[in-house]
Design a protein around this ligand. Structure first.
Ligand SMILES: NC(=O)c1ccc[n+]([C@@H]2O[C@H](COP(=O)([O-])OP(=O)(O)OC[C@H]3O[C@@H](n4cnc5c(N)ncnc54)[C@H](OP(=O)(O)O)[C@@H]3O)[C@@H](O)[C@H]2O)c1
Length: 353
């Protein structure tokens, strides 16, 4: 890698894509050229200062010719775009880091959180998956506890921000709030089944026919086990959408295999990479979504013994869902791949599909 990598950002006009472009610049990722892709609707749009060295980028649509010659492709354009185009980028020689759920549970695709299981990257065959945002922040906080005492069972309630659904949902929350504050009727909801402003929806993600859990809840179960490499962990999850713009909050009850005191858990978390402990409840110090927004770390507080179980702790975990929950981890994986010699991985890899 003498002159830097040629990097594609697919979904470059979206919330996560915009942030990935910013993080590649801020963290000085060694890119010699960045190419922005989005849907045909955005082709030709100029993203001012978004490229390597602050250059402007002109958005391109995806076609077989334009995807040739990349070392790395960071995808955040939804599952169907990833399903179609990630294998094509990989077959053309790029390593793909994909933010969608399309490839996460496939056996030959590593699902990686930079602080938790970086070693899993070594087995990639052209596509690496970035976990779901609510799983991502939780496993960063669980990993040190898992290593110290094992985990038998998790009971999780999430309070998820609307930016996790995409730009349209953010606009919808703001429009509904504005209308209601001015005593006007709201337009029929589009992003969710019900009004999100001034409400809490026990329905983050979607219900398949006959399913009693949302796909978001199933992702928390399956992805947690895959990332921690422990299929025996039992997980109960309720995912709730709340009228917060950015920052997912999670109440997590952790039942460990070995005894673990709240004091020891606090020490382990304070020493863990990517974690900040904010835990002085009598002084009203605990993690808040509005404070986590724009920050890189996962914040943990309200660490306490569960009075209902001698080997369980309760905690409150908050992080920026667009940053550590998506764009930051994707760029951290790109950095790890760079550390392992991206080109070597590319030569050894075969497209995952
Ligand atoms: N938001 C989060 O907290 C979060 C967390 C983890 C993972 N993710 C995942 O990241 C992805 C993007 O999320 P987001 O919040 O950034 O969504 P978003 O703001 O709605 O942006 C979607 C992006 O995808 C592009 N796109 C849509 N259809 C496309 C197509 N057919 N071909 C090429 N590009 C296409 C859009 O381009 P146009 O502007 O041209 O429409 C836009 O750049 C999703 O897969 C999501 O599941 C999001």
């Amino acid at each position: 890698m003498s002159n830097g990598y040629r990097v594609a950002v697919v979904g470059a006009t979206g919330q996560v894509g915009t942030l990935m472009l910013g993080l590649l610049r801020e963290r000085a990722f060694p890119a010699r050229e960045i190419v922005a892709f989005a849907s045909a609707r955005s082709a030709g749009r100029v993203l001012r200062g978004a490229g390597a060295g602050g250059s402007d980028l002109t958005v391109r649509g995806l076609d077989q010719e334009s995807i040739q010659g990349f070392d790395l492709a960071l995808f955040s354009a939804g599952g169907s775009t990833s399903g179609e185009w990630a294998p094509r980028f990989a077959a053309a020689g790029a390593v793909v880091v994909d933010n969608s759920s399309r490839w996460r549970m496939q056996d030959d695709v590593p699902l990686v959180v930079s602080e938790v299981n970086p070693e899993a990257l070594a087995g990639h065959r052209g596509i690496v998956a970035n976990p779901n945002c609510s799983t991502m922040q939780m496993v960063v906080a669980l990993k040190p506890l898992y290593d110290a005492a094992g985990i038998e069972r998790l009971v999780i309630s999430t309070y998820q921000a609307v930016s996790g659904t995409g730009k349209q949902a953010v606009d919808e929350l703001l429009d509904q709030s504005h209308a209601l504050l001015h005593e006007r009727e709201i337009s029929p909801p589009i992003s969710y089944a019900h009004q999100i402003a001034f409400n809490a929806l026990p329905h983050a993600g979607s219900f398949a026919a006959g399913e009693d859990h949302t796909d978001e809840e199933r992702k928390l179960m399956g992805e947690t086990r895959k990332i921690l490499g422990d299929p025996s962990i039992r997980v109960s999850a309720t995912c709730v959408r709340v009228p917060v713009l950015t920052g997912h909050s999670e109440a997590v009850n952790v039942q460990t295999r070995e005894p673990l005191s709240p004091e020891r858990a606090r020490e382990l978390l304070a020493a863990a990479p990517g974690v900040s402990v904010l835990d002085d409840p009598s002084a009203a110090v605990y993690p808040l979504a509005i404070d986590a927004a724009g920050q890189d770390d996962v914040f943990v507080g309200r660490i306490r013994r569960d009075p209902g179980h001698e080997r369980a702790l309760d905690m409150w975990i908050v992080a920026d869902n667009l940053r550590k929950g998506a764009a930051l981890n994707a760029v951290q994986l790109a950095e790890l791949l760079h550390g392992q010699g991206l080109r070597g991985a590319r030569r050894a890899g075969t497209a995952a599909a």
